[in-house]
Design a protein around this ligand. Structure first.
Ligand SMILES: C[S@@+](CC[C@H](N)C(=O)[O-])C[C@H]1O[C@@H](n2cnc3c(N)ncnc32)[C@H](O)[C@@H]1O
Length: 217
């Protein structure tokens, strides 16, 4: 690469929009940005040997950041977006985050393409499933939550972090990806309950909102 281009790519990377992205889709996080993921891992209580899925994971960049602090976790990176989630792009993601590790990467990574009403994950094998900033874009939340029930082990846990509104509020999702109404918190809890889940814990606010933990009733 010519020196001027090399420097320019770093300048633009410093502004959060790298000219030469290491992977497609999702922010390109730097080492100083990923410390927050230790807090996510702590709340999810991810342990060596766990089988874990991220629903609506896009490229898997979030999981890449989490994986820096984890060993021997089986990651299933799931989304409906065939542009962002490919085996090739996932390899780029894990290669990029691998540079921040202090020890060799013993985690395993699988890409799974889902559908609007089902995740296409393997049945009954998951210790933990997480869904970050995705619940509000689901077209069929009941179908996906019912699907996740069947994918979890009997003692597995489902974690959901998203924005909700409370009585009297109406707000639309403002990203290009969705024009959905931000769900009411009480409707979200009703969906979870009628699909067999009970709320068992809640993290501190991470960013603007917490992670909710659900277990099978
Ligand atoms: C706002 S993005 C969040 C991405 C990522 N979890 C994050 O925290 O940055 C929502 C993601 O949900 C995905 N999505 C929408 N409907 C889905 C479904 N039924 N199953 C799985 N993923 C879905 C979209 O393709 C998109 O990647």
């Amino acid at each position: 690469m010519r020196p001027v281009l090399f420097v320019l790519s770093f300048m633009i990377a410093g502004c959060g929009t790298p000219l030469f992205r290491p992977y497609k889709c999702g922010p390109v996080l730097k080492e100083k940005d990923i410390q927050i993921f230790e807090k996510v891992n702590a709340f999810l209580d991810l342990l060596p040997g766990d089988t874990y899925a991220d629903i609506g994971a896009s490229s898997g960049y979030y999981d890449g950041a989490m994986s820096v602090f984890l060993d021997s976790v089986d990651f299933y990176i799931q989304d409906i977006d065939r542009e962002c989630l490919t085996e090739k792009n996932l390899k780029r993601v894990t290669k990029y985050f691998g540079r921040f590790r202090k020890s060799p990467d013993t985690n395993r990574y699988h890409a799974v393409i889902g559908e609007d009403k089902k995740t296409n994950l393997p049945d009954g094998i998951f210790d933990k499933i997480y869904c970050n900033a995705t619940y509000h874009v689901l077209q069929y939340p009941d179908a996906i939550i019912a699907d996740l029930y069947t994918r979890l082990k009997p003692d597995g846990a489902l974690y959901i972090r998203d924005e909700f509104v409370y009585d009297g509020q109406t707000r639309y999702c403002d990203s290009k990806q969705c024009r959905n109404l931000i769900p009411q918190h009480k409707d979200f809890l009703a969906v979870m309950e009628r699909n067999g889940f009970r709320l068992t814990d809640q993290s501190d606010d991470l960013g603007d909102y917490p992670i909710y933990k659900f277990e099978k009733q």
